[in-house]
Design a protein. Sequence first.
Length: 179
Amino acid sequence: MAKKRKSKAKTARIYYGTGANQLYWRVRVSDAKKAVTVDGTLQDAMDGKPGTTIGCHLSLCAMHNQKKFPHPVLLASFTKSAALLVDKIAGGKPIHAVRYQHRYGQLVDLNDTDASKTYVRRHPGLAERTFTLGVPHTGKRPRNGGANKKATHGEHRSVVPHGALARAKKAGLITADIR
């Protein structure tokens, strides 16, 4: 009789350290079941911190719109195309998050490059609007972009978290070239 294999739980990293300390929590992830629309404010954009996935403009916006989500929102982390909204904490650290997809990568970049927020002050319509966080795509594609093709059976190449690393580099928090 063949043994039934346990399916591997989907996990993701939520980065909370900057600079040389790339600190993160590894959390279990479930995909969102339906899209959610949140209202942005200019104050969220002004309070956003460059180079961080937690504390950027969109994560502050999600935290201020907690009641619009069908689950608790205890912490929000945004990258260029995805949002991880923590809904469970145990032992003082996040253990589970709900993943949403978004198309606001340009705003994420703007948060990282315009630390003085002059562009947002001149164009408040970028921040004072509704944002839609959608259901992630379920199509099968390689998780590491096919980077593991040269590894032989049983070997794994290390994976660098390019999204969070790129944000920190763009904001000037990291200068080292990590590959």
